[in-house]
Unconditional design. Structure first.
Length: 316
């Protein structure tokens, strides 16, 4: 199959209506989208990604008002978050209506829903009369794509079309949130920060830990991983060693004068910029002739938490 890259929303919509799967841009990462109400389109998503069926998919809708079509109810605190942050990098876990296939939710009673903030994909969604199920458009377990070319590099030949919306502006996946026992629970740290969420609804519980069997969101311990071994170190430990050209350093801000192979996520020290660059830089380092990647642990605040989470899951 030839994979076409383009900006033609009509073409993407026609393919999706025909039950095909298509790469789509979002503000977080690129998704591999299919009709969420069509079992055979959903099966294609799992097959193309080589993803196990027990790992459920997020559905994408055009605007917050459309969420109610697909779920039984929205608890008030999550409604508050929806009003404050959608469209944006926030996914809500809600009790599904029966029309959502069990294949989408891996048989679970709740469905993950989000309203992506990318204009091309919002326009695409507004032309469709079904939601789009879309996991990140990478082979299962590998680094998520943040540019159309990343999707083509890995899934080219397996899908007919990638809608090119340029580089993703956020760069890490959405924050997944549920409401359990009267508390807002963060199930995956992501592009919407805990600080932003708490500013609206007060203190939340973070349960975004690793499990080997994700009854809770995609929290497989080994995930988002490059092919080369990756180690995480505090900055002091990095500065205290001599690095050969066999090790690639992924740094936050400052360069290491003695090291030959290194990339800084944000020379100005901005966590937003670091998140935007994270996956593309990991890919670039992974492609080099090196033995290992050593990544610096970022400050554990704001988007630094989501970045550190991805680096920890990528680490051996
Ligand atoms: O930013 C994002 O969320 C991107 C873009 C493409 O929208 N999507 C994304 O999808 O990251 P994915 O499939 O790579 O990760 C979604 C995670 C999965 O690991 C899954 O375990 C969890 O969300 N999830 C989805 N539905 C769930 C459900 N019903 N119950 C529990 N966890 C769920
Ligand atoms: Mg993913």
């Amino acid at each position: 199959m030839e994979t076409i890259i383009g900006q033609d929303i009509q073409q993407a919509a026609a393919l999706l209506r025909a039950g095909e799967v298509v790469g789509i841009p979002t503000e977080t990462v690129y998704g591999l989208a299919g009709n969420a109400l069509n079992d055979s389109a959903i099966a294609k998503i799992f097959a193309v990604k080589n993803r196990p069926y027990f790992d459920p998919l997020i559905i994408h809708v055009a605007h917050a008002g459309a969420i109610g079509h697909w779920v039984q109810q929205i608890p008030q605190p999550l409604e508050q978050l929806a009003q404050a942050f959608l469209p944006g990098p926030l996914t809500l876990l809600l009790p599904k209506k029966q029309v959502i296939p069990d294949l989408v939710t891996a048989g679970l009673p709740r469905v993950a829903v989000r309203v992506p903030g990318h204009p091309l994909t919002r326009e695409l969604l507004s032309r469709l009369d079904f939601p789009l199920a879309a996991p990140s458009a990478n082979p299962f377990g590998y680094i998520s794509p943040t540019q159309a070319m990343h999707v083509v590099e890995q899934l080219g030949g397996k899908i007919p079309f990638v809608l090119d919306g340029g580089p993703c502006q956020v760069g890490v996946e959405s924050t997944i949130v549920s409401y359990e026992e009267e508390q807002i629970v963060i199930l995956r740290k992501g592009g919407l920060t805990i600080e932003q969420i708490e500013a609206v609804v007060g203190p939340v519980v973070v349960k975004a830990h690793s499990t080997s069997h994700p009854a809770a969101p995609g929290m497989l311990k080994s995930h988002y991983a490059p092919r080369k071994p990756l180690r995480l170190l505090e900055r002091e430990a990095i500065d205290g060693q001599l690095w050969t050209a066999r090790t690639a350093l992924l740094l936050f801000q400052k360069a290491v004068p003695s090291a030959t192979v290194q990339m800084a996520l944000s020379p100005g020290g901005h966590l937003e910029e670091a998140a935007r660059h994270l996956f593309a830089y990991l890919r670039a380092l992974d492609a080099l002739d090196i033995d290992e990647i050593v990544a610096e642990i970022l400050p554990e605040r704001g988007l630094g938490r989501a970045i550190n989470d991805r680096l920890r899951r990528a680490a051996v």
